[in-house]
Every structure is written in C-alpha cells, then in structure tokens.
Design a protein around this ligand. Sequence first.
Ligand code: ACM
Length: 756
Amino acid sequence: MNKLLTTTILAVILLFNQSNVNAQTITVIPQPTVLKPGTGKFLLSRNTLIINGEKPFFKAAAAELGMMTTKCTATIKNEGKIIFKAGTTALPPGGYELVVSTQSVTITTNTAEGAFSAVSTLKQLIGAPLFKPTSSLTLEIPVVEITDAPRFEWRGIHLDVSRHFFDIAYLKKMIDRMALYKFNKFHLHLTDDQGWRIEIKKYPMLTAKGAWRTLNKQDSVCLEKAKENPDFALPEKHFKVIDGVRKYGGFYTQEEMKDLIRYAQDRSVEIIPEIDMPGHMMAATALMPWLTSNNKGGQAKDFSEPLCPCKETTYEFAENVFTEIAALFPSQYIHLGADEVEKSSWKNVPECDALMKKEGLKDINELQSYFVHRMERFFNSKNKKLIGWDEILDGGVSKTATLMYWRTWIPGAPKKAAEKGNEIIMTPGEYCYFDAQQDNNSLQKVYSFDPFNFHLDEADRKYVKGVQASTWTEYIPSEDRLEYMIFPRIMAMSEIAWRGKGSDWNGFEKKVIQQLPMLDAMKINYRFLDLTGFSLNSVFVDSASLQIINPVEAFKIRYTTDNSLPTNTSALFSGKLKITAPVQIKLAAFNDADKRGEVYTVNYKKLNYLEPATTDALQKGLNFYYYPHSYRSVKEISEKDLLTKQVTQAIEIPVTQTADQFATRHKGYFYAAETGVYTFFLRSDDGSVLNMDGAVLVDNGGLHTSIEKSAQTALKKGYHPFELLFLEGGGGYTLKLEVVDPSGKRRAVNAEDFYK
Ligand code: ACM
C-alpha cells in the first residue's frame, strides 16, 4: 500500500473515531432537535467573560452561568466568552440556538426561557464535574452546534405536598432539577385531607392547626416499611410539639412562597397552585365542619365529605381563600382540583334541593359543575384561568376551563374535551403517575407515553397544551423516597414533554446510563436500572448457572447466600454462578460510590423434569372463558358468571367490548418442544395466575397496576397442562406471557406453543 493511501485511511479512521467519540459523549436529555457534534472543547474558567447583550431577559441565565464559573478555580490566558444574542432567526417559542467553539459559546434566543434552556443544555454538556461538591480547575464543554425548541408549552411536574410535606429548601432543589431537564411548570397540590400547606391570612387556623396531624394510617404503613428501608421514615425535621402534643406536618408562609416563586421564575419555572375543592377538603372541614352538607365533615362513602356547593358560606370561604391565592401566585392559571368528589353527600340536602330547583340542575353532577363554573367566574374576575382534574367534564364544563387528564380508564375524556374546545394537559395515571410502583418496565413505560394516543385526531391535537408527571405522596414521606420515585422516570418524561414522543428507546437508555455519574454528583437517590435475565423463582435439575444482565457496566453486582442483605463487601458476582444445591441468593448492584440498588432474592429449588400429560388427538389453540364479573382475586372466579367460551390461538382476549371488570381463563396444554428448563414471565394489570402441571407456577394475583412476575419450571418434552387466570378490576388492562425456552431466547408465547 502506498504511503499516501495509508495516511488517507489513517486520517479517515481518526476523523471517524473523533466524531464517534463526540457522538458518544454528547448526551443531552431531552434530545435537542438538531445536534451537530464538532471536535475540541471550550474551557470554562474563573475568568470566562459573560456578555449578556443588556437584554433583561438574559439576566437570570447569565447569573446562572456566572455561578458556574465560580466552580472553577483557574483563570486562563485567552479567556473565552459566552455571548447572549437576541434571536435574529425565527425561533419557536422557548427555542434557542447554542454554538460552542473552542473560543466562544454563543446563545441565541428571544426569551428568558430559551436562554435558561440553553444554560441547562450547557450544564449537561459539562456533566458530573459541574455538580461535584469540589471545585475544578476548569470545566470542559464539547464543541457542538444545537438548534432546539420544545414541542409542548406545558412541561409540568406535580407534587403533592399535603400527604407529606416537603420544605422550601427541598422544593428549590426540585426546581433546579426540573430546569435541568427543561420542565417549566411546577404544580403544587397544596391542600388535601391530610394537611393544609399554604398560609391564608384570613383563616390562620388552616395552617396553625390544619397543617399538623397526629400520625394517620398511611404514616403507619410508611413506618412499618421503614423497618426495612429507611427512606420510608418520617423526617424528624417535620415534627413539632404543639400544645404538648407531638404533631407532624408543616406549611409555607406567604413570604416563603414568594421567595420560592422568585427562585422558580429565575429558572423559567412557573408555580401553579392547587387548592383542591370541593372534595379532598378535610384539613379545612375538620376546623369548619359547617362548610359540608352534613355540618360534621369527616369521611363519607368513598372520599371525604366535600364542601357543600349549595351554601353561600362555602363560596364566601372559597373566594376568600382564592383571593389570597390569586394575589400570591403570579401564574395565569390556578388549579381548582375538583377530583374525586363524594357527590352523594349532596343528595337529600334541603339547600341542594332548593338550589337545583332554582338553577334548573338535573342531578348532583350538575351541582358539581355549578360549583366549578361559579369558581371559574370568580377566577376570571381575578384575571386567572381555571384548571381542573378531568372530573370537571361531569355535569358539563365551560369552554374556557383547562382540563387535566388523569383517569386513564376514561380514555374518551381528552377527545370529549377537545371537541368542546377545552385545552388539555395530559397526565394519564398509567404513564405519568410517579407514585406508581416501579419494576423493570416502568422507565420504558413512561418513554412509550404518546400524549396524542387517546383517540385524538389531527384537529384535536392543538388543544393539548402539554404533559405533566404527577407524584402523590401518601407513601412518599422523605426526599430520598421522592427522588427514588422520580428518577430516572423524570428523564423519560422530559423527552416526551420536549419532543412530543420517544422514538429511540435504546438510545435513550444509553443516555440515562451516561448521565448516572451526573445524578451521583448531585446526590440524587435515583432508582437503579434493573438487573434482568433471571427469575426470582428458579429451578435446577442437576445444576444451573445464574446469569444476570447488568445494564450499567459501572455497576458491580454483589451477592450473599446466608439470607443477609448484600453489602459493599459481599461476594462479587463475576458473570456466572454455578448452582448445584438448593439455595437462596440475595443480590444487588452497587455503583461507584458503593450505593446499593434493589435487592433481588433468587430462590433455587431442585426439581426433576415434569412428565408430560398422556393425551391424544390434541388440536391447536386454547379454550378461552370470559366472566364479566367483579372479583378481587382470581380465586373468586365462579363458573356461574361464565358468559362466553371460545377458542383462542394464544393468550388473547377476543372480546370486543369487555366489561369494566371481568375475569378470563385460558386452558389447554403448553407444548415443550424439548426437555429443559423454561422460564415464564407473566405481566398483568390487574392480577393473573399461571398454573402449570396442576400447580401454581406464577402468582401475580391481586388488584394492581402492570407488574411482571416470573418463575422457572423443568419440563420433559411433551404436552403440559396449562391454565392462565386473569382479572381486570377497572382502568384498562394488560396481559402478557413470555417464555425463555431451553434455547435461552426470550419470546412471547404464541400459537405454536398451545394445544387443547
Ligand atoms: C387524582 O389523582 N385524584 C387527580
């Protein structure tokens, strides 16, 4: 080969490697619209010049950059510049351009929000060193060109501060993290049955008494869990002795809230207050029981006694509260809540009968909408717009209210709202409720959220203002637990909020892994990515080999076999572990800082290959039975409720219009094509149970969201009795069965597997 050719090839390889290196190291979440990696670095130093072009809307972003330079201890010769420029190109709202060269960083935008988003991108480009408690000589920003703009104007995070209180210092941390991932609305659920959290000067008792409680049932559950997991402990800092009694809670004074609002504004985050009415009001009605229809307050059938919409005293109270809320919060929107109202409490109430007659209201749903409409008129008189949970559709909604969609089990609600011309914020529980428990699918579940996939056609889509992740805190008492529930799911939600839809799951998962050191530097108690590839209920015949898929190279896996929890000195798992006797293995991943992730308990049982059934004249398919009845457990399924029996080819539910609650049974034989160990993975929402060879193999029973359980069995080649029971308790269902057969490949069970 001649020299010139060799040099050219080398240069090409070098170039290729160079751009590859950049492509791998430039990790931004959410993914910018256009990102062109270059070569080289800009060095941020103590003397980097920040030129903010005198525009007031650059001030907050420039101040943040100034803070970043103070992390650097070195000044450098030929110091670089960071230049803010008002946009000359037509950038979409909230958009920005960011050009990093070795000499300068240029941020072009027309808005404070765009400027702060550019700074958030820069922070991620620097990564972990920026967030470490120790200073650096300089900080490196890779050369890159980015053009970027959000898909949705509403990119929300909701936090319930009533069920458990989170203080201002922590909310500021949350705002920093929201801004880092380009969220711009912080919806605070400030009141609920369990505590009133915002000072109302007209009613000082609401916080003097209503913000404090003796421990309730949910607190007891947390305390019980705290015995195994300290993240469930109730923080000591939120206890206080009041009149000689130890109480738990807290609240924000209006001055503290103003400080928080300013802090958020500087980061282009808007705080949206929610005072939930007329239901979820027990913190207030315990003090003012005359606001309810029974004058006693307390618990009603499904929810607490709501405010009575038929008494003028209710409106006097509500308007006094919202007058202060409207003055305190600069946001255009106020959230009225209006979810989960025990409307039955308004039946046979003389004031309500009279109001219904006077206003021509036909039923209690219309009483609820009377309340919401009247409050909306009041909000409008204060120059504010009303948001309500999707229950505001019941009984008729005004065109100008904004609907916050949460009830995934009412899939038609967003369409109904769009057709009426109402704006919608999408936070459907199945994808967006971060209080839902997590497993190996929950991050991908959030990433798969398509805000338009709720029967919204092109014409309806313009009504979708945006998306929101919502976290209810009944069982989230501490900051660590909250972070565990939010991270890394918030990163997936940020992709949906910014881009509209996730389109590259594998790429996204890699980005999450690349950002873990940054989360570690921020000391965020994120949930580790799951270890997979094994079953907690494993078997061996002669011997087996435990294999684990570890998604993060930097995680070390450690294990014990003596029933103790693994620690950072436990045995290191080195790829495979040979099992020759029954054993219980507890294993967990550890990160660089020796923090432990989930503990998995794997049980190995010795089994002989199960003999196949002696059957003849089998046909393809499974017998399928459908029971349109409400059960709490598959054990309750009764043949007297059977409506249809038919044949399916695999695990399908061939009923076009299923009842809200129902159960199903698939029965036949699973054909083991070769003798060996089979692992069955059963995912369901709600419960399911897999029976094989006459015994329970996978018990995923109960009423729950989408959860996967698995178990292994050892099968001799042939036909094995198979029965899958499933129940749907309402709210949409999932039923999925996968198998790893002796070839080692994980796949869905299919028509090839089943006989009857
Ligand atoms: C809600 O989850 N009750 C809005």
